[in-house]
Ligand binder design. Structure first.
Ligand code: GLN
Length: 494
């Protein structure tokens, strides 16, 4: 195996900019690696050999002409709910299985403009609804650290790709935890920026008031480079924020002196089991050892997060997914009249979880129930955001788990509710629109005979404080180095 496949994005870009390595060489090595290992991982739904090589040649030509590109030659995995002109963009759904995107998502376009190479489109829970990738209608993705376990979701394919060295950066979308939870499960850094920081133009919508694109990477520095390339206003997305972006990659810290880190009273980890509790207690002690002052904060309304999210997200999904009707996009199942065609198409095209969400969402929005469910959920959302504002009056950052357990075996969460619980710690930040990052924080055995699996520490901070957040995450990563203590994984150097 060529060593560049496990190199960081920062070192690949340095080598390509210095002309020590061509983007084409890096790309060819990466495509060969993907072809050698992805049958065991299943990260990619579509491999983009031709597009990747053509982009690599363009990058080499720009570098030859004297340009310095922040992501020169960096292999990129793109979640398959992001449009990329001329490529199949499926959302992991039968309804879009053969749909080819006619335009490119802004975040992807910015990554490519910064020199990244699109290696392929990655698997996901159908329409990004799920926490394990098991809701994909188009493929199985395995956790590179234990092929019997899920990679997390919904952005599980991008996480597995980066963990198996099948890309240096992965793009995910996070609506309630879909970047942070798979990052934790796959020993990666996963970063969800402030809502509105990265354009959603060309991201196929699940819940528009929550969806946010962000990177997976093997280091905080790489995540920062990707964020810096993608962030910023886009007139094509009316929710994208027109406000100057603070760069992050040049402000990474090595200590936490002068910062107050809040531990959430309601997020006590003792109930998660002794080993997991010990991992988080150690992580908090490490933050303190880096110079942070630890304070206790309260998020009294966070306990309503799941209930709130599972009204708002399905309500928005029922509206967003109405466009998949057999007329304009993807699958059409012909029937006697147009109404029957809609029904037959949607019955055949959507999987069970998507149908469940559409039903719940349509119900919550319907006349007579709208005030009882949807409006009350919006009020609870406001209370949760208010809780964070109060908490941030007495701290700079909040630290808590990214997920309540490590990666679990396939088919082990048979009822939807136990799957929904995976996002207990990530949903409140999504409802409040906050930036949040998961950083590897230790390894835990889920049972006596299983191998240790990674866990993630979640850090969150006020809106627009990405520089502070990634800076602090970098200090913790440098001091603890859990990601570098990688166990044996599919795709790791021999
Ligand atoms: N797991 C959550 C859900 O199923 C969050 C998904 C996401 O963030 N896209 O909705």
């Amino acid at each position: 195996m060529d060593e560049t496949v496990s190199a960081t994005a920062a070192s690949i870009a340095d080598a390509v900019n210095a002309k020590a390595r061509s983007a084409r060489e890096v790309t060819d090595a990466m495509l060969a690696h993907v072809d050698a290992v992805d049958d065991r991982v299943g990260a990619y739904l579509t491999r983009l050999h031709d597009l990747a090589r053509a982009q690599a040649d363009r990058v080499d030509a720009r570098v030859a002409a004297g340009e310095k590109l922040p992501l020169a030659g960096v292999p990129l995995a793109v979640k398959d709910n992001m449009c990329l002109t001329g490529t199949r963009t499926t959302c992991g759904s039968k309804i879009l299985e053969h749909w080819v995107a006619p335009y490119t998502n802004t975040a992807v376009a910015r990554m490519l403009d910064a020199g990244a190479i699109p290696i392929g489109k990655t698997n996901l829970d159908e329409f990004a609804m799920g926490s394990s990738c098991e809701n994909s209608a188009l493929g199985v993705t395995r956790n590179p650290y234990d092929p019997g376990c899920v990679p997390g979701g919904s952005s599980g394919g991008s996480a597995a790709a980066v963990a198996a060295n099948e890309a240096a950066i992965g793009l995910g979308s996070d609506t309630g935890g879909s970047i942070r939870e798979p990052a934790a499960f796959c020993n990666l850094v996963g970063f969800k920026p402030t809502y509105g920081r990265i354009s959603r133009y060309g991201l196929i919508a699940f819940a528009s008031s929550l969806d946010q694109i962000g990177p997976f990477a093997r280091t905080v520095e790489d995540a920062a480079l990707a964020y810096d390339a993608m962030a910023g206003h886009d007139p094509m997305d009316s929710t994208s924020i027109d406000r100057a972006v603070e760069s992050t990659a040049d402000h990474l810290r090595t200590d936490l002196r002068g910062l107050k880190v809040g531990l959430v009273r309601e997020f006590d980890t003792e109930g998660l089991g002794g080993e997991i509790d010990a991992v988080y207690k150690k992580a908090y002690a490490d933050l303190e050892a880096l110079g942070a002052e630890i304070v206790e904060v309260g998020l009294p309304s966070a306990k309503y997060g799941l209930a709130t999210y599972y009204l708002i997200a399905p309500a928005e999904c029922s509206s967003n997914l109405a466009r998949f009707d057999g007329v304009r996009y993807g699958l059409r199942v012909d029937a006697a009249d147009v109404g029957a065609m809609y029904e037959a198409t949607r019955a055949a095209g959507f999987g069970p979880e998507v149908k469940r969400r559409i039903l719940i969402g349509t119900y919550a929005l319907s006349s007579g129930y709208y005030d009882a469910y949807y409006v009350r959920a919006q009020k609870a959302r406001t209370l949760i955001a208010q809780d964070f504002r109060t908490a941030f009056a007495s701290c700079d950052l909040i630290a808590c788990p990214a997920a309540s357990s490590p990666a679990f075996p396939f088919d082990s969460k048979s009822d939807p509710y136990s799957m929904y619980l995976m996002d207990y710690y990530t949903i409140p930040m999504s409802l409040a629109g906050l930036p949040a990052v998961s950083v590897p924080c230790g390894w835990v055995k889920a049972s006596a005979d299983s191998s240790p699996m990674p866990m993630g520490l979640q850090l969150t901070s006020p809106i627009f404080s990405e520089r502070l957040l990634l800076g602090a995450a970098h200090a913790y990563e440098r001091a603890t180095n859990h990601a570098a203590l990688r166990g044996p994984a599919v795709g790791a150097p021999a």
